[in-house]
Design a protein around this ligand. Structure first.
Ligand SMILES: [Mn+2]
Length: 422
């Protein structure tokens, strides 16, 4: 059985890195995403795969613009025409208001699109393919409210809630596993953050110790392959491959945090008890950060142009970041910078002043003294003349955060996750 596994399409994202195509009126990044998605579908058709698994996060949010939704549907329609069964798993970006308002992908079930299965609940689907039957356990993005009531989580810390959720989930998955037909292949298709997934440092900061699931929940011998979605960097979490636990990653670069990552999808050859998989890279647009420190150069303009000339930036999405001293500001000619960058697909220029006088740390806030959060904030605000007007509101908001219902704090976490682009 041949399977194509792709995930995190996020079509409609990153328009700020594109421009309007005057011929089509569309943002060029939408066109990039459509082209990349079409390459995945091409492969599915050319290789006559038996099944396509989508790991979730179709759009940037649950209410994409109609033309974005249509672009997505247009590509997946090609699988329907070719009679290829497809499972669309619901990711966190596909759920409306944290799971209460349905999911953008549910429309495919409502319209009874032939061969399409929407995975918006934890359940097992038996699917007939040209090369036999397969069972797919779908595990969509879980919110705390899926498995627990508000009363149960009240007053619990994030770690406690996470632990409780994992225990509940274990029981439900166990139930699904017991009902499996052991004579046919099994795939777990899940949208989640596994506890040893490698992220970029910036994401780790944003996500903190949020909602993660232990790898041991996934590495079960009854699964022939574990198809994941959510993390944008391709990786296999189980090097011994018994079973492979694979994030294919996103198919296109959503933002600069994915500058250095290969993008692609995974092709799988599967029979009961035996699996081969291969990551297939996609030719996606290059993102390029050019950083130049001019503060030690006598001719900053020349050094900047040399820094840019080091790279072939033709059709790249470029961000130029340069550092300089305040007395060098007049030595930079912006129009020649624009000229040097004009072969890029799009670019941003960010100048950063190197401060000659490092700002001293507020003594009361040094790491040696311990201080409660409210006093720390007050001390900080006392030292920030520019925040004087909003200081009372900030203090009030902070107080509310500290005393408020735990549930509200819990719900803030997924928002951070979304902002990090995962
Ligand atoms: Mn996700």
């Amino acid at each position: 059985m041949k399977i194509l596994h792709l995930s995190d399409i996020h079509i409609g994202s990153g328009f700020c890195h594109g421009r309007v195509n005057s011929l089509t009126g569309l943002n060029t990044r939408l066109e990039d995403f459509v082209k990349t998605l079409s390459l995945c579908i091409d492969r599915a058709l050319n290789d006559h795969v038996d099944l396509v698994l989508f790991g979730g996060d179709a759009f940037p949010n649950a209410t994409p613009a109609p033309y974005v939704q249509e672009a997505f549907a247009h590509q997946f329609r090609r699988l329907v025409d070719a009679d290829i069964p497809t499972v669309l798993l619901v990711g966190n970006h596909d759920q409306h208001s944290q799971g209460l308002g349905g999911a953008s992908l549910n429309i495919y079930r409502t319209l009874a699109v032939p061969g399409f299965v929407v995975g918006d609940t934890l359940t097992t689907h038996r699917i007939s393919t040209r090369n036999g039957d397969i069972q797919i356990i779908t595990l969509p993005w879980l919110t705390r409210s899926t498995l627990m009531t508000r009363q149960e989580t009240q007053g619990s810390s994030l770690a406690e809630v996470n632990q409780l959720l994992t225990e509940r989930l274990q029981v439900v998955i166990e139930g699904e596993i017991r009902r499996l037909d052991s004579s046919i292949p099994t795939v777990l298709l899940a949208h989640l953050m596994a506890d040893n997934a490698t992220l970029g440092a910036e994401r780790l900061l944003a996500v903190g110790k949020g909602f993660t699931l232990p790898l041991s929940l996934l590495t079960r011998s009854c699964f022939d392959y574990v198809a994941l979605g959510h993390v944008h960097k391709h990786q296999n979490l189980n090097k011994s491959n018994d079973p492979p636990v694979i994030y294919p990653g996103s198919i296109e670069r959503v933002d600069f945090s994915e500058e250095k990552e290969d993008k692609g999808y995974v092709m799988i050859e599967l029979e009961k008890g035996k699996v081969n998989w291969e990551f297939c890279p996609l030719p996606v647009r290059i993102f390029r950060t050019i950083e130049v420190d001019l503060s030690k150069h006598d001719d900053p303009q020349a050094a900047l142009l040399t820094g840019i000339a080091k790279y072939d930036i033709q059709d790249n999405v470029v961000r130029l970041i340069y550092k300089l001293r305040s007395d060098q500001l007049d030595l930079i000619d912006n129009s020649s910078l624009h000229n040097a960058l004009k072969s890029a697909h799009s670019y941003t220029i960010q100048a950063e002043l190197v401060s000659q006088l490092a700002k001293p740390r507020i003594p009361e806030l040094s790491t040696s003294s311990s201080i409660d959060p409210m006093s720390a904030l007050k001390t900080y605000l006392n030292n920030r003349e520019d925040l004087k007007d909003i200081a009372p509101f900030m203090l009030e908001a902070a107080q509310n955060l500290l005393t408020d219902d735990q549930e509200i704090i819990n719900y803030k976490i997924p928002n951070f996750v979304n902002k990090s682009g995962i």
